[in-house]
Ligand binder design. Structure first.
Ligand SMILES: Cc1ncc(COP(=O)(O)O)c(C=O)c1O
Length: 509
């Protein structure tokens, strides 16, 4: 049975002891101040700090503190992480080591001194163009949702320039990831929702009726969030393009099709890629990502700056956007370490390797689905005869009806067996949705183990519901209050400090 480490870990401020140091620099603060004054002039007194309340800790205390905290965490390095729509695959550590090599380079260095880095960005753009069928990319966006915003701003700029004003609406399917309508709204669009048919694909009849002069474009991911390939994609493209409405491809699900199909060939005009899913940086965990945006040739002039170009002497230079560009959306050239990892991954895998990864991801997903769909209380919504792509969504509504327990409780109980929970309650069109994405990096044994654990938990729902209802029992933190768990972290920490102080006072009294 799995048991996660559980330390009653104090905050670094509580571990702090006056006078203890872990690291000293040969720098004299007075000299630093004088050097600063020489280059910047005198800093006004009201801007100078008298003191800085930092914890005072030895190096060993720091190492142990963070190691203990990491033991109370769960990651792809700990175990299976089938979080749907997140592609939590194993990412080669060597790519992290490569990313560390460039840690000392400053983004403000003149282009002449960072030719190697610019060449990496340039080559990565060529590779992404080949993989997606797009004609030009901006590497700048920092994540998927940021890429979506950039894409929507490009759609806006396209119609503004062509028709003298932007079109007001964007179509988003009811199965879409929440960031799609949010990004469209942030870019100033009104969102029109198109329904999913009973077979799990976009309702063409409804779409056709919605499209008019107000519709700027549509945002789609293919395969969609149900894990089904939009088989009518060519018809959707025809309907939209006939109206000069643009098609935006949410590339979060590229792991299903990379090396096999290209959004550009399907007819999409704009694509963002979640490099931090398909290309070797884990999604989740709050770390930096990269959501490069690719476009067809007619939209290249709208891309945000800077873009790396090769001049006539074969040197790499950063180019500012022209007058049609949507303008800067982030400082510098994007999250370089994430881009570098993606480039290293693409080179190491090669075209055939990437294609095989997609095929294995799809095979793993269908293998697991073939077992999971047999479980009592589990149903497969939408066309059950069609294979899914890299992920599948089953419904636990029947289980909820029969036992009172559903996706939430099952997800919590899985943690007791050392498995990360799948995505639950997304997409919104599936009742008690349970969305599993196994990825290509997991072995058959891991998938079989997941099935065994899940079938045990489903059995527990029928036979010992209280055990499931109160789960998890074996993790560092037990059942939490869902609302309080999303409390801003600083408030949670200050509440913890207060509680600890109160406990100490009570004990000493
Ligand atoms: C389908 C889909 N689109 C967009 C996004 C947004 O990507 P990001 O989290 O990088 O902003 C996600 C993230 O999970 C996603 O699954």
């Amino acid at each position: 049975m799995y048991r996660q480490a559980c330390w009653d870990e104090k905050l670094v401020y509580e571990l702090s002891r006056p006078g203890v140091t872990g690291f000293t620099t040969p720098i004299n603060p007075q000299e630093v101040r004088e050097a600063g004054e020489r280059s910047l002039g005198k800093v006004p007194k009201n801007l100078l700090r008298d003191s800085l309340n930092l914890p005072e800790l030895s190096e060993l205390t720091v190492v142990r503190h963070f190691t203990r905290l990491s033991q109370m965490n769960y990651s792809i390095s700990t175990g299976f992480y089938p979080l749907g729509s997140c592609t939590m695959k194993y990412n080669p550590v060597v790519n992290n080591q490569l990313a560390e090599l460039v840690a000392d380079i400053h983004p403000l260095q003149p282009a002449e001194t960072v030719q190697g880095c610019l060449e990496i960005l340039y080559n990565l753009e060529q590779a992404l163009k080949t993989l997606t069928g797009m004609d030009a990319f901006s590497m700048v966006p920092a994540a998927g949702a940021h890429g979506e915003l950039v894409g929507c701003l490009i759609i806006r700029a396209y119609h503004s320039e062509k028709e003298g004003k932007p079109r007001p609406k964007i179509i988003v399917p009811d199965s879409a990831h929440g960031t799609n309508p949010a990004s469209a709204a942030m870019a100033g669009f009104e969102v029109s929702v198109v329904r999913t048919r009973e077979d799990g694909c976009v309702d063409l009849e409804m779409l056709e009726k919605m499209v008019d002069g107000d519709i700027a474009g549509i945002m789609l991911t293919n395969p969609n969030t149900i894990g089904l390939f939009e088989k009518d994609i060519e018809e959707i493209v025809r309907i939209m393009h006939q109206n000069d409405s643009l098609l935006y491809y949410d590339g979060a699900n590229l792991n299903a099709i990379v090396g096999v199909a290209r959004p550009g060939d399907m007819g999409f005009d704009i694509v963002h890629l979640n490099l931090h899913k398909t290309f070797s940086t884990p999604h989740g965990g709050g770390g930096p990502g990269a959501g490069p945006v690719g476009v067809v040739a007619k939209l290249a002039k709208y891309l945000p700056p800077p873009r790396v170009v090769k001049n006539s002497e074969g040197r790499f230079v950063l180019e500012d956007g022209g007058s049609s560009s949507i303008g800067p959306v982030k400082l510098f050239t994007g999250n370089f370490a994430v881009l570098l990892r993606a480039y290293a991954y693409i080179l190491a895998m090669g075209g055939e390797g990437l294609r095989r990864a997609a095929l294995y991801a799809v095979t793993s997903s269908n293998y697991l689905l073939s077992k999971v769909r047999q479980l009592r209380g589990v149903t497969l919504p939408f066309d059950p005869s069609r294979p899914r792509k890299h992920e599948f969504v089953v419904s636990l509504a029947k289980l909820r009806k029969e036992t009172g327990l559903g996706a939430l409780e099952v997800a919590k109980r899985l943690l007791d067996y050392g498995v990360h929970a799948p995505t639950i309650y997304f997409p919104l069109i599936v009742e008690e949705a349970f969305m599993v994405e196994p990825t290509e990096t997991e072995s058959k044994e891991t998938l079989d183990n997941f099935y065994e654990v899940l079938s045990k938990v489903v059995q527990e729902c029928y036979e010992s519901p209280e055990l499931v209802k109160s789960a998890p029992h074996n993790t560092a933190v037990g059942r939490i209050n869902e609302a309080k768990a999303s409390h801003p972290i600083h408030l949670t920490l200050s509440m913890r400090m207060k509680k600890r102080k109160q406990n100490e006072q009570n004990t000493s009294a």
